[in-house]
Ligand binder design. Structure first.
Ligand SMILES: [Cu+2]
Length: 490
């Protein structure tokens, strides 16, 4: 197997050194940043009227461009678009009403706002922080997002099927720019589990996939189309918000035919550094700035992970050149995230492993179907610290993985003992990704961190948000077959 993460070491060190200066990480590398401009001062939230958002989760048969004329029974949040993109100003309150009109009895649908450091009762995890929202019921969320950036939202039960059917939305909190870019576009990368010849969805989950790398979709898309052409201003600095919301598949993201820089990871600004390759597992986002080709020229967004690299989308420059001079993309404004006190932090290793059942590796391709009342299948293939979610019966929540003290710093060594990739997501907190025992990592802030095979990654954060918070793999089938836990902050 090829190296899953062919990092450009020089560039990563450069980016890391730049962030060290900006955000206070200790790196020990004095190399210069890839570009000239450091992060700007943090954004100041403005005073804006509330943003009202009405979502209705329902089945809506749809023909996306990728579906070759087939109409498929998508589940979506809006009658107006299969992919709601909510843009709101920094400082505004977001009021959301979700009504559940899903067509299946007992199929509940609360909303998790991925990456938003919000009050615990807004986090959308059924049973843990709120009652499930059953068909016919509604629920109202109201919070002020504390960070600018690129986020998304989804339900938090039966996730492989819900996301598999399309139930996803994008939340963009604006106000992080220091000067205007020439465009600002979302590139949502995901597969679809469809058999286009038959015009039907394939099973969203399989035992075989759940016990291994996950069940991949054969139809690969960006913004609902196969390798769409995005027409952008020519020779311009265009912001692209790259979001991997696939339930399963990691991509090794890069660009061919244009210069580009990463300006944010998981929505949070980093000092701009050259985009070479960036591995993005499910739920991970990067914001990039691309210097687009001249009028008529093309560049390609590429997944380098397959043996034959795959074009995700094509960029075509159009019109008069907007920029002159060398590429030196404007930085975003620095995030405001509490910095952990590493000297005082309590340190703990948390181990992500295959269970004894997982070691047996089921061979059948069958769907695992029904999820119990705590939103899991009755298969337990994966564990966190030797415990699969849930411990014991499926009717009550297990004890917390950890009980944290509010305001205390924590340093967690996230250890993957398996031969599969696990993007680990922590709710309610943004953490610092400090180092890996296998790769040269750019220190950065994140809400989801990838663990590659046999890798340990060190993260640290301040437990400043009281409540009960999930910690889980964002490969939906792994989450749903054991690789999930929660911790408390009191
Ligand atoms: Cu996983």
């Amino acid at each position: 197997m090829r190296n899953p993460l062919p990092l450009n070491r020089r560039r990563f060190l450069a980016g890391g050194a730049a962030l060290a200066g900006a955000a206070g990480f200790a790196l020990g590398s004095g190399r210069a940043p890839a570009y000239g401009q450091p992060l700007a001062a943090p954004a100041v939230p403005g005073v804006f009227p509330d943003v009202e958002l009405s979502l209705v989760a329902a089945e809506r048969p749809s023909v996306l461009p990728a579906f070759a004329g087939n109409e498929l029974p998508l589940w979506t949040f809006s009658p107006d678009t299969w992919l709601p993109i909510v843009r709101m100003p920094y400082g505004a309150r977001l009021n959301t009403t979700i009504r559940n009109d899903l067509p299946r009895a007992e199929e509940h649908a609360s909303i998790h706002w991925h990456g938003i450091r919000l009050p615990n009762d807004q986090d959308g995890v059924p049973y843990l922080v709120q009652e499930p929202v059953f068909p016919g019921d509604s629920f109202r969320y109201s919070f002020v997002p504390p960070d600018t950036g690129t986020f998304f939202f989804h339900t938090h039960c039966n996730t492989a099927e819900h996301i598999g059917r399309g139930l996803i939305g994008i939340l963009i909190v604006e106000g992080d720019t220091t000067e205007p870019y020439d465009a600002d576009e979302v590139v949502l990368v995901r597969d679809w589990r469809v058999d286009l010849a038959a015009g039907v969805f394939l099973p969203f989950t399989t035992n075989r996939g759940a016990g291994r790398a996950g069940t991949y979709g054969p139809l690969r898309t960006a913004n609902g189309a196969v390798n769409p052409e995005m027409v952008l201003p020519a020779v311009a600095d265009c912001r692209l918000r790259i979001i991997n919301v696939d339930p399963t598949r990691p991509i090794d993201f890069g660009i061919e035919g244009a210069e580009a820089a990463i300006i944010a990871i998981d929505g949070l600004a980093v000092v701009p550094f050259s985009l070479d390759r960036w591995i993005m597992a499910p739920a991970m986002r990067i914001d990039i700035v691309v210097r687009t080709p001249r009028d008529g020229g093309v560049a390609r967004l590429v997944d380098f992970r397959p043996d034959d690299p795959l074009a995700i989308a094509t960029i075509r420059g159009a019109g008069e050149a907007r920029r002159t001079g060398p590429f030196d993309p404007a930085p975003l404004r620095a995030p405001v995230v509490p910095e952990p006190d590493l000297g005082a932090a309590a340190t703990r290793t948390i181990t992500f492993a295959a269970s004894e059942d997982g070691d047996l590796l089921p061979a059948e391709d069958a769907a695992f179907g029904f999820l119990g009342p705590l939103c899991l299948s009755f298969n337990d293939f994966w564990t966190i610290d030797a415990t699969g979610w849930p411990a014991g019966d499926h009717a009550t929540a297990p004890p917390p993985l950890a009980e944290l003290v509010r305001g205390q710093s924590y340093r967690w060594l996230l250890r993957n003992t398996t031969q599969h990739l696990h993007p680990i997501h922590i709710h309610g907190h943004t953490f610092a990704v400090l180092r890996s025992d296998k790769r040269t990592l750019l220190p950065h802030h994140a809400d989801t961190v990838l663990l590659i095979e046999d890798e340990t990654v060190e993260v640290a954060f301040v437990a400043d948000n009281p409540g009960r918070w999930m910690l889980h793999c964002h490969v939906a089938e792994h989450q749903e077959t054991g690789m999930m836990a929660y911790f408390t902050v009191t």
